[in-house]
Design a binder for this molecule. Structure first.
Ligand SMILES: *[C@@H]1O[C@H](CO)[C@@H](O)[C@H](O)[C@H]1NC(C)=O
Ligand SMILES: *[C@@H]1O[C@H](CO)[C@@H](O)[C@H](O)[C@H]1NC(C)=O
Ligand SMILES: *[C@@H]1O[C@H](CO)[C@@H](O)[C@H](O)[C@H]1NC(C)=O
Ligand SMILES: *[C@@H]1O[C@H](CO)[C@@H](O)[C@H](O)[C@H]1NC(C)=O
Ligand SMILES: *[C@@H]1O[C@H](CO)[C@@H](O)[C@H](O)[C@H]1NC(C)=O
Ligand SMILES: *[C@@H]1O[C@H](CO)[C@@H](O)[C@H](O)[C@H]1NC(C)=O
Length: 317
């Protein structure tokens, strides 16, 4: 009954007519030339700007048709093909969401630096999946929430990743272990939970690894000792337990080692005394026992040594 009623409706006849007309090819002259890659990318930026509440004055240049878009504030371009390669907007109180940025259109990006803004919402999986050339992703000092997506493994060119000082939660994805070009990884001051993935030991180019000030639990994986290029390692202010891995004795170039404010127990491994480049060693506020190794006297570059609030016994060497 219903179908029959619809067939006689004048509205349906109009739709049929429109469909019939649409099936005729349009004359060529009427078709606009396809937009160039740069025009498409400029469009993606303008669409993002339109979603930003009271955009800062710096973004007034976005939309200037004379310089579009390579002369716009914070935008840099590359050649071959002419395309946008960098976005750098620092400390502008941008009230934006990354989800509103079309990363498919911006697939040529090599660098996204948006630190110290007011960017909210999730870390979009599309950001991770669409940018195979991205080398630097700096989003620290914003208000990102939700989890770090497992698609992060697709950012295979990544050299620097800074997501510190946000509100990210959930686990550190084991897929970070696929990013074997990473030199700097900073996830500090978030609400990350769960263990430190052993796969981070695969990121052997890392010189800086900061995971401090989260809610990470479980043991410190001995695999972190395989990252022999590390200069700085911060795991402080978490809920880590168990002992300090003796593999840390391989971190021969480490200058700063921060393990304070956890629930670490057991003896300090004597291997730490071979880390002769250490300048700053902070093990305070744990449950470490045994004696303070006399061989610490070999750490002649030390300027800071914090061991307080533990359960050490014996003499001070
Ligand atoms: C567009 O950019 C050109 C070159 O920098 C500048 O001279 C012009 O004033 C700009 N126009 C607007 C509307 O901002
Ligand atoms: C994003 O950009 C791509 C490529 O330019 C385009 O095909 C797609 O329709 C755009 N998506 C949205 C939601 O605008
Ligand atoms: C972590 O979560 C707690 C409780 O949900 C919240 O009070 C706190 O502000 C969060 N911290 C960060 C850095 O997001
Ligand atoms: C890390 O390396 C090990 C050994 O080479 C490999 O089996 C594992 O799949 C790698 N994991 C990741 C997440 O890359
Ligand atoms: C340690 O640093 C020295 C001097 O910068 C460098 O030559 C050496 O290759 C580094 N070792 C490792 C394992 O990165
Ligand atoms: C510390 O130095 C002394 C003498 O300088 C040396 O005999 C000893 O083996 C060193 N200990 C370690 C653990 O490197």
């Amino acid at each position: 009954m219903r179908l029959a009623a619809m067939e006689t409706s004048p509205h349906l006849k109009l739709v049929s007519l429109a469909l019939l007309l649409a099936s005729f090819p349009f004359p060529r002259a009427m078709a606009a030339p396809p937009p160039s890659l740069l025009e498409e990318q400029a469009g993606a930026l303008l669409a993002w700007k339109a979603t930003i509440q009271s955009p800062p004055t710096q973004l007034q240049s976005w939309g200037n048709t004379t310089t579009r878009p390579c002369g716009w504030y914070g935008i840099s371009c590359g050649e071959h093909p002419a395309s946008i390669t960098e976005i750098f907007l620092r400390g502008l109180r941008l009230r934006a969401e990354l989800e509103a940025l079309n990363f498919t259109a911006l697939h040529t990006l090599t660098s996204i630096r948006l630190p110290y803004n007011q960017i909210r919402g999730p870390f979009p999986p599309a950001l991770a999946s669409s940018l195979p050339n991205l080398r630097h992703l700096l989003l620290h000092g914003n208000a990102l929430s939700g989890q770090i997506p497992r698609q992060i493994k697709h950012l295979e060119s990544l050299v620097g990743l800074d997501l510190s000082n946000n509100h990210l939660s959930g686990p550190i994805p084991i897929e970070l272990g696929y990013l074997n070009k990473l030199k700097m990884l900073d996830l500090s001051t978030n609400n990350l939970t769960g263990p430190i993935p052993t796969s981070l030991g695969n990121c052997t180019k890392l010189t800086i690894l900061y995971l401090d000030d989260n809610q990470l639990s479980g043991h410190i994986p001995q695999e972190l000792g395989y990252i022999v290029k590390l200069h700085e390692l911060a795991l402080s202010s978490n809920k880590l337990m168990g002992s300090i891995p003796n593999t840390f004795g391989s971190l021969i170039n480490i200058t700063r080692l921060y393990l304070w404010d956890n629930q670490l127990s057991g003896h300090v491994p004597p291997e730490l005394s071979s880390l002769v480049n250490l300048e700053d060693l902070e093990l305070a506020k744990n449950r470490l026992t045994g004696s303070i190794p006399g061989s610490f006297g070999n750490l002649t570059k030390l300027t800071t040594l914090y061991l307080h609030r533990n359960q050490f016994s014996g003499h001070v060497p």
